[in-house]
Design a protein around this ligand. Structure first.
Ligand code: FES
Length: 286
């Protein structure tokens, strides 16, 4: 974890109310993995607001450039869009645990709802570099909210669902998953809580529906792994990026806890934000 003054290089509004900003922060880009995040000190010009967490959207360690993707929801994020190139913000990172892709996985399914794209976008780059095939399922309310395909690598197969049917499949992004569950070796998701809960339910029934061998049946499958461990994530078919309100983002305030099926609370900022879907006690709500 490092603290840096990140200099704004470029910004644009990629969708109504959604911004993509590029920052030069070489000390933060080294060793970053998909799923991790930065904690940014935003301001209201009175300096009263807390830091805000943002997933690493893309990272280029060679140039020291990282991007974040966010929606303006007032306060700190609105303030960020008033920055001008050359101005700096205080960033802390990389924070949190990353997605873990099993080395045997060749077919990677990414699932994003709305701004959840920011949580899985970097994994597309990582998986492509490792020679994996990627399908990205994306859900939005309407066509005007659909993440531009031009911001994804050409190699990604991009499939869209909209609630109103104005683009792609008419319905929820979760409707698309059964078409890919036999193809995918692993799936990785970020989005609203109901979407993640529905995906977890689908993943739980996948083996029975397919009736085929899975990663978990191979050597070492019988071993149990500690909740929140990299091994537990790597073994899971579905990993989720959990969103939770954060205060400190370094594990001290316990403001971001989620409950697991093992009954052990886990801090999204420290043990997460990435969890094996089967570890989460989804019925707890919170
Ligand atoms: S935000 Fe403080 S413990 Fe996670």
């Amino acid at each position: 974890m490092r603290l840096a003054a990140a200099e704004l290089v470029d910004q644009r509004e990629i969708l109504p109310g959604q911004w993509l900003q590029s920052y030069h922060a070489p000390s933060l880009t080294a060793g970053v993995r998909a799923g991790q995040f930065v904690h940014v000190r935003t301001g209201d010009y009175a300096g009263l607001l807390l830091r805000r967490p943002f997933s690493f959207n893309t990272v280029d360690a060679a140039t020291g450039i990282l991007t974040i993707h966010f929606r303006t929801i007032g306060g700190g994020t609105e303030w960020l869009t008033r920055l001008r190139p050359g101005e700096s913000v205080d960033m802390l990172g990389p924070l949190g645990k990353p997605f873990e892709v099993d080395r045997r996985s060749r077919h990677v399914l990414l699932i994003a709802g709305g701004l959840g794209m920011a949580g899985v976008r970097l994994l597309a780059d990582e998986a492509l570099r490792a020679g994996r095939q990627i399908v990205m399922l994306f859900g939005a309310a309407t066509a005007r909210d659909v993440y531009p395909s031009s911001l994804l690598p050409d190699e990604v197969e991009y499939v869209v669902a909209t609630d109103d049917g104005s683009m792609g499949h008419h319905g929820h992004v979760t409707d698309l998953v059964p078409d890919y569950e036999a193809w995918a070796d692993q799936a990785f998701a970020c989005g609203p809580f109901p979407m993640l809960r529905a995906l977890a339910s689908l993943a739980a029934g996948r083996r029975a529906r397919l009736g085929v061998a899975s990663l978990g049946r191979k050597r070492g499958a019988g071993r149990t792994h500690a909740t929140g461990s990299p091994e537990a994530r790597r073994k899971a078919f579905l990993q989720v990026s959990m969103e939770q309100n954060m205060g400190c983002a370094v594990g001290a305030c316990l403001g971001c806890v989620v409950m697991t099926v093992a009954g052990t609370p886990q801090r999204v900022c420290r043990e997460g934000p990435i969890f094996a879907a089967e570890e989460i006690a989804w019925e707890a709500g919170w």
